[in-house]
Design a binder for this molecule. Structure first.
Ligand SMILES: NC(=O)c1ccc[n+]([C@@H]2O[C@H](COP(=O)([O-])OP(=O)(O)OC[C@H]3O[C@@H](n4cnc5c(N)ncnc54)[C@H](OP(=O)(O)O)[C@@H]3O)[C@@H](O)[C@H]2O)c1
Length: 257
C-alpha cells in the first residue's frame, strides 16, 4: 500500500519498480516520467538529447527517486542494445517500459513522401518499439513480470491523408500491442494508450483556432488534452491496477466521435 492512502491507492503503487520511458524529455513522455516517479518508480529517461533527459532526471531525483538519463535514437536498432544494457547495468531490472517517443513529418502531397521520410516515421513509431519491446519483454519474462505501455494515436483508426505514414505506423503499433501481449503473457502485460490531440510542442504546427473550433463543436470534452492528462492511463497500465488487462488499446482523446 502506498504512503498516501488506502487499498485503492495501493493498486497504483510503483514503489521498488523501475520504469524506462522513451521520449521522456518533454511532452507526454515527461509527464509520464514524473507521474511514474510520484507513484514510486525509479526511472530511465530516454531521448536523443542527453541534456534534456538529465534535466528531467534531476526532477525525478527531487521527488526522492533514482533516475538515469540516456541518450538514444530509439528508431535505430543498433542503439537499442546499448540503451537496454545501460538500464539493466544501472538498475538491474526494468519493470515498466513505455514506448512513447514518436513523431510525424509535414508534407504537401502524398507523392512528396520520399523513402527517407517514410523510413524515419515508420522507424520511430513502429520499428523501434518492436525491437525495444522484444529486447526488454524477453528480459521481463525471464525476471518474472513487467508491464509494457505503447503510445499510439487516434490517427491509427482515423487515418488522414496529411499524416498517412504516421497513422499507418501507429496502426502497426496497435497490432504489436496485441501480438506482444500474447507472446509475453501471462508473465508480462502489454497495452496501448491511443492518444488524441494533446497540447504539447507538436500542437505548435496546428492551426489552433481551427482546432479549438472543431473540438468545441465535435469532441465530447470540447478541448485538447493537457499533457498531464495522459498520466492516469499510464499509471493504470503500468501498475497492478490493470492486472487483468493486456492487449488493450485505450482511447484517451477527449471524446472524438
Ligand atoms: N501530442 C499529441 O497531440 C499526440 C497525439 C497522438 C499521439 N501522440 C503520440 O504521443 C507520443 C508523445 O508525443 P508528444 O506530443 O509528447 O511529442 P513531443 O512533445 O514532440 O516529444 C517527443 C519526445 O520524443 C523524443 N524523441 C523524438 N524522436 C526521437 C528519437 N528518434 N529517439 C528518441 N527519442 C525521440 C523527443 O526528445 P528528443 O528530441 O530529445 O529526441 C521528446 O522527448 C508520440 O508517440 C506521439 O506520436 C501525440
Amino acid at each position: 500500500m502506498s504512503a498516501s492512502g488506502g487499498p485503492a491507492a495501493g493498486r497504483f503503487d510503483l514503489g521498488g519498480k523501475v520504469a524506462l520511458v522513451t521520449g521522456g524529455s518533454r511532452g507526454l513522455g515527461r509527464e509520464m516520467v514524473l507521474g511514474l516517479a510520484e507513484a514510486g518508480a525509479d526511472v530511465v529517461v530516454v531521448s536523443r538529447k542527453l541534456a534534456a533527459c538529465e534535466e528531467v532526471a534531476a526532477q525525478v531525483e527531487a521527488l526522492g527517486r533514482r533516475a538515469l538519463a540516456v541518450s538514444a535514437n530509439v528508431s535505430r536498432w543498433d542503439e537499442l542494445d546499448g540503451l537496454v544494457a545501460a538500464a539493466y547495468d544501472h538498475f538491474g531490472r526494468v519493470d515498466v517500459l513505455v514506448n512513447n517517443a514518436g513523431m510525424s513529418l509535414l508534407y504537401g502531397d502524398l507523392a512528396e513522401v520520399d523513402e527517407a521520410m517514410w523510413d524515419k516515421v515508420v522507424g520511430l513509431n513502429l520499428k523501434g518499439p518492436f525491437r525495444l519491446t522484444a529486447l526488454v519483454g524477453r528480459r521481463m519474462v525471464a525476471g518474472g513480470g513487467g508491464s509494457i505501455v505503447n503510445v499510439s494515436s487516434t490517427g491509427s483508426i482515423r487515418p488522414m491523408p496529411f499524416m498517412l505514414p504516421y497513422d499507418a505506423a501507429k496502426a502497426g503499433l496497435n497490432a504489436l500491442t496485441v501480438g506482444f501481449a500474447h507472446a509475453y503473457g501471462p508473465t508480462v502485460r502489454v497495452n496501448c494508450i491511443m492518444a488524441g490531440p494533446f497540447l504539447t510542442d507538436v500542437s505548435r504546427a496546428w492551426d489552433l483556432e481551427a482546432f479549438e473550433r472543431e473540438a468545441r463543436h465535435r469532441h465530447a470534452l470540447g478541448r485538447g488534452g493537457r499533457p498531464e492528462e495522459i498520466v492516469g492511463a499510464a499509471l493504470y497500465f503500468a501498475s497492478d491496477a490493470s492486472s487483468y488487462t493486456t492487449g488493450a488499446v485505450l482511447r484517451v482523446d477527449g471524446g472524438i466521435p
